[in-house]
Design a binder for this molecule. Structure first.
Ligand SMILES: [Zn+2]
Length: 334
């Protein structure tokens, strides 16, 4: 590019694609909508850099670009054919997804697409050595947000216990990473001894990626189960609005990320919405220093595990007290 040529806008670059395909024939091998998405992604990163203060958009290294986005479809790409019945198979279906340039790809459809829904976009994602098709569906209905009602629950999350509710339920921290860490350590050490980009390196890299992937899945499963347990126990769920990313940097680092509190809050919010329960976030500053019964300030450092109030003589577990303060603040907000 000449130094005085104008800044290439998104539209410019999109319009330049057909020509670019003639100059670089390899571009023609990529589905055209996927190419357009790459340009859109670049401009989103650039706008983030210019307006929001994100970092400078970087070039993606080999292996960093892990998904293909197909943003729209004229017809339903998911095709179900029933297979002829035979002695072993009673009734079975072959499900394929039809994608431009890639053709019909057999998939394992985890749940049927409900009637009345239209497939909006499909993202093909590579995780470890598994390929996923993430299908977004849309239906024009108005789902009202759940209104506050019924039994309130305040939830305090922490490292000592994974969560404590205002009703006195305590859930221990799952130490997935710690248990799987020794295995991960072994696999990673083996990886570090392989020659980069060699066949053996690639094989070992996939083993490490698989373990990370299974840790992620285990953690997510745990979070969903906990979120459903909260919804079983009450009608309104209140959580603190802490930004766990800054907390993770500041305090316990790995342990904090292991527990994945941010993801847990997102999942809880979703599960509450799905089950018609109210979800609220409250400011939780100093929630552990306050008495849930009388509101007096009870100073205690991290080593003190029991809340005991001098003013009203209320005694309970430290984290439960914190959950109760969060519940009280949530009710106040309403
Ligand atoms: Zn008190």
């Amino acid at each position: 590019m000449a130094a005085n040529s104008p800044f290439p806008s998104e539209v410019n670059q999109l319009n330049a694609l057909p020509n670019a395909k003639k100059v670089f024939p390899r571009l023609g091998e990529v589905p055209s909508q996927v190419l357009q998405q790459a340009i859109k992604q670049l401009h989103r990163a650039w706008d983030g850099f210019q307006k929001i203060g994100h970092g400078f958009p970087r070039f993606k290294k080999f292996g960093q670009f892990k998904s293909l986005l197909f943003p729209q479809f004229k017809q339903n790409p998911v095709q179900v054919q029933s297979l002829p019945t035979c002695r072993i198979r009673v009734a079975s279906f072959a499900v394929h997804i039809a994608l431009p340039k890639l053709g019909l790809i057999p998939i394992n459809l985890h749940r049927p697409i409900p009637t009345g829904f239209v497939v909006k976009q499909v993202r093909i994602i590579n995780k470890a050595d598994i390929w996923y098709a993430d299908i977004n569906i849309q239906c024009d209905v108005n789902v009202p947000d759940p209104m506050p009602h019924g039994h309130p629950i305040g939830v305090d999350v922490g490292l000592e216990k994974f969560l404590a509710t205002s009703d006195g339920v305590l859930v221990k921290s799952p130490k997935f990473l710690r248990v799987m860490q020794s295995k991960l350590k072994l696999l990673q050490r083996r990886l570090s001894r392989k020659k980069k980009r060699s066949n053996n390196y690639e094989k070992q890299r996939i083993k490490v990626a698989r373990l990370h992937h299974s840790i992620d899945n285990t953690r997510k499963d745990f979070h969903f189960k906990q979120a459903h347990a909260l919804c079983d126990a009450g009608d309104m769920v209140f959580m603190e609005d802490l930004d766990y990313r800054t907390l993770a940097k500041a305090m316990f680092g790995k342990q904090m990320l292991d527990a994945g509190f941010g993801q847990f809050r997102t999942i809880t919010k979703y599960v509450c919405w799905k089950r018609g329960k109210f979800f609220g976030e409250v400011n939780a500053s100093c929630s552990s220093q306050e008495c849930p019964e009388c509101g007096a300030t009870v100073k205690k450092d991290l080593s003190v595990r029991v809340h005991h109030c001098q003013d009203c003589n209320y005694t309970t577990d430290r984290d439960v007290a914190s959950g109760q303060v969060i519940r009280n603040r949530g009710i106040e907000l309403l």
